[in-house]
Each structure stands twice: as C-alpha cells, then as structure tokens.
Design a protein around this ligand. Structure first.
Ligand code: ZN
Ligand code: ZN
Length: 409
C-alpha cells in the first residue's frame, strides 16, 4: 500500500474511528477533489452507511469578500442552518480536510471577515457544540494545496516539487512511512501521550508556572476537576477517535479567572490571512489587560475583541520541543501543524471534556466553574527550547513538569 493510501486509511479508520453502519460527512476543498473521493471510498470500504461530501472553495470566498455589497455579509442563511441541524440530528461523523492558502484573505476588509466569521460560527454552533463535547467522532487533517505548499517551501523549483516536499513533511509528522503500519504507530503514540495525561491527573496540580528567556512569566491556575486530555478520546457513540492528526499535545483548561502574568508568543500566529508576530499578552485575574505585537498588532486587537471572552484563555497545552513536527523546523502556516510543534495556549473557548461535571450546564454556569465560554478558540504558541514549567500541587509542593522545553515527568 502506498503512503497516500495508508494516510487516507489512517484518517478514516483511526482518526474518525468510523465503524460499519455509521454516516460520515467530509468537508473538503474543491481543489482536493481526488482526496475527498479517496476518503469516500475508504469510508465505504469501512462499512459506512452513507458518505456526504461538502465541497468548499476559499477562492470563491475571496471573490465574495472583495466584490459583494455590504449587506451580503453578516446574516444567517436558513438552508445552511438546516444542513447543520440535519447533520447533528442524523449523528454524522465528521472528517475535515483543512488546507487553506495562508494569504487567501490578505487585503480583504477585516470587518467583512469578522462579520461573516461571527455569523458562520453562530450557524455552525449546534455542530461545533457536539464536536467540542466529543459527542460525535471527528477528525481534522491536512492535505497539500499548491498555494499552501509554495508558501511553506518558497525555494522549491516548481509547484510540483513544493507539493512533494509538503507530502513528505506531512507523512513524517503523521508517522506514515513505507516500512511500518501507521495504525500501529499511532497505537504506540496514543499510549505514550495518555501516559503523560495520566501522570498529570495523578499530580492534580493547582497551578502551572511558565518561564522562559523570551520574558514569559505566567501562572495558570487549574480549576478543581480539570481533566488532562491526550488524543484517543471516546465519543458518546462509544467509539474511539483521534480529533487531530497529527497531534503531540496533552492539554486541559486553565481557570478562566486564574491566569496571571505575561506570556510571549514564540511563533508567528496566522490570523485572517496574515501573520501576527513578536507579540506578548499580559493577564490579570484571567483577563487580557495589555498586549503588544511588532507585526500586525491591529489583528491581535481584533482577535481579542471579536467575540465575548476571547480575551480569556480556554486551553493550556503541553508539547515537547523535541516532537517530530517541531524538529522539522518548518513554519507550517497551518494551526494544526504549528500548534503541535510547541506548547500553546488558546484565547477563547475551553473544551467541556477538560472539566468534570460539565454535562447539561449553561454557559453562565460553565464560566462560573472556570471553563471559559466564547465563540472563538485561537491557539498561540509559547513553547521554546528554554521553557521551564513548574507545577504546584494542592499541598504546595513544586514539581518540574518541563525542563529545557521537554517533558520532565
Ligand atoms: Zn491544542
Ligand atoms: Zn486549541
């Protein structure tokens, strides 16, 4: 079996965890039609009851942003809402093929994008609620597109070479090679990450203290009942799935009002088709009180102001500096990859499964419990080879969790 076939099989069977009789919807860029078709065939081979493909096209999205009249933005579209409702009601599993041109929205009026993204997030909320609470099985993975590959490998001779380089980088990061079975590789990888999560659950830290030579000096308190999550979750369907391929992270939710100090971004943050770089954020009682960026500070401002509670944190994730993705040394311009190269935090929403006892709670109650509620979730990278993380236990003992950017437990 060639690597492409192994990769597709990995995403459908191990990623989505699709079982015979289940329905699957594939979100796929129209430029990657071959990949959507391969995934569809793989799903039927796995016994899928029905497979739908939703083709998307960011280039027509760009044309819309640049040319549509003002009142074409910011209103809900009933048939899209009906489609979301149908997928939720019918219990579809989800495969998201995520491949965007990092510069697609460059030069587009950010107010239009903000307005539209807010409405898109509102319209898809019934489905994103199922996703963030792991009720459905889902997987997010990437496939090279010409524009993305050329951005990541600007020195490639031509488009074809850039795509080949990109595929090899993706295979390496996703533990897909000629000699081994990636399904076995992922079993071992999941076990190792879950081992770290179990250890962190045993230690039951009260807070984590992040420090590095960039100037980061940040304490994140962890709410009572916080849950450390590694890949290999069980959905409410009873089946295991891996939400992201690749993944290297073990993560939980910080207490929304328990973040204090300053943190420096260590990698550019790709946002709205552009890059926020060399930025820092200062927190008091969980809320952003000051921030700055050498590049595109106005985008950081819009990120923090776009949605309610985007200026609080919803995720703290530990990723060793020595992960294969980090060692590739590539800036991927793709959050799925970049976030797995580095410890990260996320502005906005915390995941329900990162806190015990969240079932049937309202948004206000979740906020009260310390789990931040917001329409957005935006990761930013804070890991470095010099990162030290000290955990403080409930009885005040200090234990090194990371030294020199890597696991110490
Ligand atoms: Zn994460
Ligand atoms: Zn995240």
């Amino acid at each position: 079996m060639d690597k492409l076939q192994k990769y597709v099989k990995l995403l459908v069977n191990t990623g989505v965890g699709l079982k015979a009789g289940q329905k699957l919807v594939i979100n796929c860029p129209v430029d990657l039609a071959y990949f959507g078709r391969l995934a569809m065939k793989e799903a039927y081979d796995a016994g899928a009851a029905e497979v739908l493909i939703l083709w998307n096209d960011e280039i027509s999205g760009r044309i819309h942003y640049l040319n549509a009249p003002d009142d074409a933005f910011g209103h809900e579209i009933e048939w899209i809402k009906a489609r979301v409702k149908y997928l939720v009601d019918e219990g579809y599993c989800l495969l998201n093929v995520y491949a965007t041109d990092p510069e697609n929205l460059k030069g587009v009026n950010p107010e239009r994008v903000q307005k539209q993204q807010k409405v898109n997030q509102m319209m898809s909320k019934p489905l994103s609620d199922k996703v963030t609470s792991s009720e459905v099985q889902w997987n997010l993975a990437s496939v090279p597109t010409p524009s993305w590959a050329k951005k990541v490998f600007p020195n490639a001779k031509n488009e074809e070479e850039a795509i080949d380089l990109m595929w090899e980088a993706i295979y390496a990061a996703c533990r897909v090679d000629d000699a081994t079975d990636p399904v076995d590789n992922w079993k071992a990888h999941v076990d190792s990450l879950q081992g770290k999560a179990n250890k962190l659950m045993e230690l039951n830290f009260k807070s984590l203290h992040f420090k590095n030579s960039y100037g980061t000096d940040l304490i994140t308190e962890l709410p009572a009942g916080h849950v450390w999550v590694a890949c290999g979750e069980k959905a409410k369907t009873g089946n295991n799935f891996i939400a992201n391929i690749p993944t290297e992270e073990v993560f939980t939710a910080p207490h929304r009002e328990g973040v204090h100090g300053i943190v420096y971004g260590t990698k550019p943050l790709v946002y709205m088709g552009d890059v926020i770089d060399e930025f820092w954020v200062k927190f008091e009682k969980g809320k952003v009180v000051e921030y700055g960026a050498k590049k595109n500070e106005h985008l950081l401002k819009s990120l923090l102001e776009l949605h309610k509670n985007a200026d609080y944190l919803g995720e703290v994730a530990l990723v060793p500096y020595n992960s294969p993705i980090s060692q590739s040394g590539i800036l991927w311009y793709n959050t799925l990859y970049d976030e797995n190269a580095s410890c990260h935090l996320a502005f906005g929403r915390g995941y329900n499964y990162c806190l015990a006892g969240t079932d049937d709670k309202t948004e206000d109650e979740l906020n009260e419990m310390g789990l931040n509620q917001s329409l957005t979730h935006e990761d930013f990278m804070v890991g470095s080879p010099c990162l030290e993380i000290i955990g403080t236990t409930q009885d005040g003992k200090e234990i090194a969790v990371f030294t020199k950017g890597d696991w110490a437990i």
